[in-house]
Write a protein that binds this ligand. Structure first.
Ligand code: SF4
Ligand code: SF4
Length: 72
């Protein structure tokens, strides 16, 4: 699993500092998540005022999350 930023994004920037592994980048026109490295922390999802960050399924082998969320 991973998360993706969709077209509702207004490039407000609120999500950028929330990602603990810097998987979000400023894009043009909308922000972009490096889905292969997104570790599903969901910190970004919680702060997005546009509900523009959605869960997606990415192909096995592409997901390279190095720090999966532990229990709790
Ligand atoms: S879901 Fe978590 S790891 Fe993925 S971009 Fe958002 S804060 Fe970063
Ligand atoms: S918080 Fe939401 S609207 Fe703001 S830049 Fe991130 S994805 Fe886009």
């Amino acid at each position: 699993m991973a998360f993706r930023i969709i077209e509702h994004c207004t490039a407000c920037g609120l999500c950028l500092p929330e990602c603990p592994i810097d998987a979000i980048q400023v894009g043009n026109p909308i922000y972009v998540i490096d889905e292969g490295n997104c570790c599903d922390f969901e910190d970004c999802v919680a702060v997005c005022p546009e509900q523009a960050i959605v869960r997606v399924t990415i192909p096995p082998g592409f997901w390279a999350c190095a720090q999966p969320r532990g229990p709790g």
